[in-house]
Design a protein around this ligand. Structure first.
Ligand code: GCB
Length: 758
């Protein structure tokens, strides 16, 4: 029988070593896995985290290993490229930081062994991702195992797969389940035993055959369907390789029986019923830990996503830990799984994109939660060409060849024209739109989607990303781009109303469930993070917007008062927003009822007298929520955004009445000829600072500017950190001086309709 030994404990680690050590390096530091070397520098801003090669070393004594014929090392995540050295000899190499790979060591195993793994997250042109809005934490950041098997065994070498593939097909009230196994070194006389077990371990079907019979189809009569969050019923398929009554090897896989289709008009249909996919995207990393996670971290994330009431999760922008896909199966979340083919097509990396897609599918084929394979994200950001199209055609065909049961998709960048030929390649598509954050305003989202739907009525469309930054800054007058918790909540209220009332959208995913590490970002007064999460990076605080979703999606009765971190207010009558999934909410101030409202939109707005100290309480059915509001004379500075380490803060800027300044929105400045001229001269100068014609590889073209028009020029220059460009204080002051000369246009034309219009 196979034995699996976990090897996470006690590795020697070095960032300084220049080569593979010949002996065990006792003077390196000792670490346990999971481990990343970027837990701190990958999250503190500045785009300066260490990207290069580090080494891990471990001593392995044969006497401590289980006795068996063949031995494999299993790496569940080494970011991004790894070379495996066994007693000084390179025995394996793997490119791609998010998938499992294995290396056989049977031949080379001695009594005392030295295992060294060099892991490299440095820049290159051949391994995805290289350019994206998240930190590429380097390290052996998932489990490392040793698997000992008999000579004949279920395959461990094919793209990190499990050696068993299960394909259930629902037919009436039963299911036909095809089980395929992949074997290594079988001999005559060996046999296979197959079984299907229900959730309680009871065998519902069995089959016995010779070892060359690697595919059987078995029936489950009166099948329990896997029906998303409502009933995530799982079966287990197992296969045993036997010889003379002895079990030589055994594999098993959980699976679920469900049918689904994606309809361009009706959205997602699960087991014949409309099952709206409304949910979030997840990045895996965490504050202080980077991507080096323990099972309890995945469990906490899953609990939070379920509390929100999501029915779907987009596991962006790469393959996640297999434990997380397991949790999705168990809890009934419908998953979009994808590879990190992102932001920028790299002609020399297509082979790597293909390998990562192969691994994603082979390794995750059995998960009933997964319904689509994502081929790429915002890949036309820097333009499209014939090679990009070819690569997509190829990836699309490969996904279908490896898995005929699931459609393919792509997440399209907002400004990509809806007629772009690459949109015709996958089976369904989704757009990333940030109208109301980066550019345009919130009201543009629904109409844009309706236009797409009218233009392409047969192509299912979803929203793969939308979101807005929200930190612990506060205001009673939220405006786009202010980074307050209040604007974020307002943005999501608007988006929920538009997206959740359009049943044709096959899936919608908030960007993002959690704040995440993006070391190149310098935003919102907390550098190194993207704060579009509904929950903070440390998972400790659920922002108000979280509850807006809970109100629409969850069945667990609750009431939530917004603005509890904003208790000191100056106005005499203040707005108090309440979210609840119950129809009626009554608000009390110091025990007296202010108002009782009934709404089907789950959002309730109260005007509350703000005098002295007010104990505010919201009551809905059996549930309550409350906080203490305080009247103050002047606006507390602690609520006002302060950029951290900013070259200039908004309050340092001169803004003569009637004239532009860095504190104005780019879109408004670009509406004047003079403003256009000044801004483009400035942008050209920045382009020269970047690489050639581009800023960190991105052309600052008209579409990009249009997309970013909702930001003030100051914020925008802060954002450029994401693209690796630092704008100096004197450059900003000079730009401000020039803007101060331009009178604001008196009759500004109505804002245009946003990017990607047909
Ligand atoms: C996107 C990207 C995502 C970013 C996000 C943002 O469109 O796909 O990786 O993090 O925008 O926040 O700008």
């Amino acid at each position: 029988m196979r034995q699996t030994v976990n090897l996470n404990h006690k590795w020697a680690f070095s960032k300084e070593a220049a080569e593979v050590p010949a002996e065990f390096p006792k003077n390196w530091v000792f670490v346990n896995l999971p481990h990343t070397w970027n837990a701190i520098d990958g999250q503190d801003g500045g785009n300066d985290y260490y990207r290069g090669t580090c080494y891990y070393a471990k001593q392995i004594l044969k006497s401590e290993l289980p006795q068996n014929a063949r031995y494999y090392l299993e790496f569940c995540g080494a970011n991004a490229s790894a070379q495996v050295y066994w007693n000084g000899e390179c025995i394996g190499r793997h490119d791609g930081g998010y998938s499992t790979f294995r290396t056989e060591i049977s031949e080379a195993l001695q009594e005392e062994n030295l295992l060294v793994v060099s892991v490299d997250n440095g820049e290159n042109e051949t391994v995805y991702p290289q350019m994206a809005d998240f930190t590429f934490y380097g390290g052996l950041y998932r489990d490392v195992n040793l698997i000992a098997v008999s000579d004949a065994h279920f395959d461990l070498e094919y793209y990190g797969g499990s050696g068993i593939a299960v394909t259930p097909t629902v037919q009436g009230d039963s299911a036909q389940v095809r089980v395929q196994v992949f074997l290594n070194s079988v001999k005559k006389g060996q046999s296979l035993f197959y079984c299907l077990q229900d959730r309680d371990g009871k065998h519902v079907s069995e089959a016995v055959c010779t070892a060359d019979c690697t595919e059987v189809t078995m029936e489950i009569p009166k099948v329990h369907l896997w029906h998303g969050r409502k009933s995530p019923y799982l079966y287990t398929a197992c296969a045993e390789l036997r010889e003379n009554g002895e079990v030589l090897d055994r594999v098993s896989a959980r699976f679920g029986c469900r049918s689904f289709r994606i309809d361009a008009e009706k959205g997602f249909i699960l087991n014949g019923e409309p099952y709206p996919l409304r949910g979030v995207s997840r990045h895996q990393d965490r504050w202080g830990l980077g991507n080096a996670l323990l099972p309890e971290h995945h469990e906490e994330d899953m609990d939070l996503i379920c509390e929100l009431g999501a029915t779907t999760v987009r596991l962006a922008h790469y393959q996640h830990d297999r434990y997380f896909y397991d949790l999705c199966d168990e809890r009934g979340l419908v998953v979009w799984a994808e590879i990190p083919y992102i932001s920028k097509h790299m002609p020399k990396a297509s082979e790597n994109a293909e390998a990562q897609l192969r691994e994603l599918i082979v390794q995750n084929y059995n998960h009933p939660s997964i319904v689509v394979w994502g081929l790429s994200n915002e890949i036309t950001m820097n333009g499209s060409d014939a090679d990009l199209l070819e690569t997509h055609k190829h990836l699309n065909a490969l996904a279908h060849e490896l898995d005929s049961t699931r459609p393919t998709t792509v997440a399209v960048v907002s400004m990509c024209d809806m007629h772009d030929p690459y949109l015709k390649i996958p089976d369904v598509i989704s757009y990333n739109h940030y109208f109301g954050w980066y550019g345009g305003d919130t009201a543009m989202n629904g109409p844009w989607l309706d236009r797409f739907h009218e233009t392409f009525p047969d192509l299912p469309i979803g929203v793969s990303e939308y979101g807005c930054e929200g930190l612990d800054w506060h205001t009673s007058d939220p405006v786009q781009g202010d980074y307050t918790e209040e604007y974020q909540a307002y943005y999501h209220e608007e988006l929920i109303k538009q997206l959740f009332t359009r049943p044709y959208l096959w899936a919608t995913h908030v960007w993002n469930m959690f704040d995440f590490g993006a070391d190149a970002r310098n935003e919102g007064g907390e550098n190194g993070q993207n704060h579009k999460g509904l929950v903070t990076f440390d998972r400790k605080y659920k922002k108000d917007a979280f509850y807006a979703y809970k109100a629409w999606l969850s069945d667990e009765p609750f009431v939530h008062i917004c603005g509890k971190r904003y208790t000191e207010r100056t106005e005499e009558v203040t707005k108090v927003t309440v979210y609840s999934n119950l129809p009626t909410v009554e608000l009390f101030r110091n025990g007296e009822s202010i108002d009782r409202q009934t709404s089907r939109e789950h959002f309730f707005y109260f005007d509350v007298p703000n005098i002295g100290e007010s104990r505010i309480e919201a009551v809905a059915g059996e549930v309550t929520d409350g906080f203490v509001l305080q009247k103050v004379d002047s606006f507390p500075e602690k609520y006002r955004l302060k950029e951290k380490g900013a070259v200039l803060n908004w309050f340092d800027i001169t803004a003569p009445e009637g004239y532009f300044s860095l504190n104005d929105k780019l879109s408004e400045i670009l509406e004047t000829d003079e403003g256009k001229k000044i801004f483009f001269t400035f942008a050209e100068a920045l382009n020269r600072k970047g690489k050639g014609e581009k800023i960190a590889g991105f052309t600052m073209g008209a579409d990009m500017l249009k997309m970013l028009g909702g930001f003030t020029v100051l914020r925008l220059t802060g954002l450029l950190g994401t693209a690796g460009v630092q704008v100096e204080k004197d450059e900003l002051l000079e730009l401000n001086r020039q803007l101060n000369q331009i009178p604001r246009a008196s009759n500004i034309a109505p804002s245009d309709e946003g990017a990607g219009t047909p």
